[in-house]
Ligand binder design. Structure first.
Ligand SMILES: Cc1ncc(COP(=O)(O)O)c(C=O)c1O
Length: 396
């Protein structure tokens, strides 16, 4: 039999999706599985985005421009301006989701065996994109006790080598829910300038900030234009995960010109999805106000209910819609599978994401899970009740 690549063999499985077969088999046994494992919001997609696809009169579904349509990018630039970020249409490449923007960014800045420093736990697919690009992820540990705040800047600096190409952050964080302060961003900005490397910020959850806190985008940092690369997406912002539209944003002309060559190789982003995403940019602020109120209520219920569980440790999220909880168990992978295979209350169980896959350091996060609070408040209450009872029965 011909062999597959070593790269393929080392490609990590998604910790979010790897338990899916167990969930499917539980469902076949008639068990209702409450999904706390995946960041698929239940929020309605803005109507005008859906209408824009229904009401257009395209006769030939053509390729678009490689970097995305001019009208769409001009409107995206206006969106940034509204967020006090001065960006022009030429600083943007429209991608097939933030996922493709991440892959283009890594391929554009790093060669095989180059290094990218990332505070962990981090969005697990960073590991996958890094493996696909041959890039080495160098983790810096952030701690649940500190709410997953930015680790001391010296911890980053001592890891910088001649192979270091970038520091990558996610703000607000998936899976931590941590929102970096302006001061933390400034420290990172000073460090990347000092060592002449890139600062890549995944800002796909930019709108989801709570407790009257505002988002500190790296694109607002003075003197950082040549270093700053932003990953963005409509997936969560407008609850349009299936559109598969994201953007790569940078004022560094060489970076954009180089990334364009990777984009040209895949021809163009999807046309219908650009039409929907362009219309979504007209979503009124009231939509976000409502969505935010709902997520804050969900977070508060989730944390209040989780706190009733004996021996649990929880980080308090200030953004995005994820929360890491440390459970009084040894192996969250085993526990998550057991929940699907061997436990239910009145034919109902929960699916969580074991957190070890969000760490690059072997052995970390083994007793932690990630919970996505993308369900209505009653379902969240019920899910935490099931989790609490499950922990009482679980023998590990
Ligand atoms: C932090 C983060 N970045 C990027 C993505 C990729 O999103 P998409 O490809 O749907 O835009 C996700 C999706 O969950 C995410 O959580």
């Amino acid at each position: 039999m011909p062999s597959v690549s070593n790269k393929g063999l080392t490609m990590p499985q998604s910790p979010i999706r790897k338990l899916v077969p167990f969930a499917e088999s539980a469902k076949k046994r008639g068990i209702n599985v409450i999904h706390l494992n995946i960041g698929q919001p239940d929020i309605k997609t803005p109507q005008q985005a859906l209408d824009a696809v229904k009401n257009n009169n395209i006769n030939v579904l053509e390729y678009s421009r490689t970097e995305g349509s001019e009208e769409f990018r001009t409107k995206i630039a206006k969106y940034y301006l509204k967020n006090d970020i001065a960006i022009s249409a030429t600083d943007i490449i429209v991608t097939t989701g933030g996922s493709e923007a991440l892959s283009f960014a890594m391929n554009t800045i790093a060669d095989t065996d180059d290094e990218i420093i990332i505070p962990e736990p981090f969005y697990a697919n960073y590991n996958g994109f890094a493996t696909a690009c041959g890039v080495t992820v160098v983790p810096v540990v952030s701690k649940i006790e500190d709410n997953f705040a930015l680790p001391p800047i010296e911890d980053f600096e001592k890891l910088i080598t001649p192979r270091t190409k970038a520091i990558l952050i996610c703000n607000p964080g998936n899976p931590t829910g941590y929102l970096y302060s302006e001061e933390e961003i400034q420290k990172l900005a000073a460090l990347v300038k000092k060592h002449n490397i890139y600062l890549v910020a995944d800002e796909v959850y930019r709108e989801f900030t709570y407790d009257n806190k505002t988002h500190a985008s790296i694109l607002k940092e003075e003197g950082l234009a040549e270093h700053a690369i932003v990953i963005d997406s409509v997936s969560k912002r407008y609850s349009m995960c299936g559109a598969r539209i994201g953007y790569l944003v940078s004022k560094n002309k060489e970076f954009i010109a180089t990334a364009m060559k990777f984009a040209q190789a895949r021809l163009s982003p999807p046309t219908y999805a650009q039409i929907a995403s362009e219309a979504a940019l007209d979503t009124p602020d009231s939509y976000f106000a409502e969505v935010k109120t709902e997520y804050v209520a969900r977070r508060n219920i989730l944390i209040a209910e989780l706190e009733k569980i004996e021996g649990i440790k929880i980080a308090r999220p200030q953004g995005a819609f994820y929360c890491i909880a440390e459970l009084p168990i040894k192996d969250a992978d085993h526990f998550a599978q057991w929940l699907l295979e061997d436990f239910n209350i009145d034919n109902e169980t929960v699916m969580v994401a074991p957190a070890a896959g969000f760490y690059a350091t072997e052995g970390l996060g083994k007793n932690q899970i990630r919970i996505a609070y993308v369900l209505d408040q009653e379902s969240l209450k019920r899910a935490v009740f099931i989790l609490k009872e499950a922990l009482k029965s679980y023998k590990g």
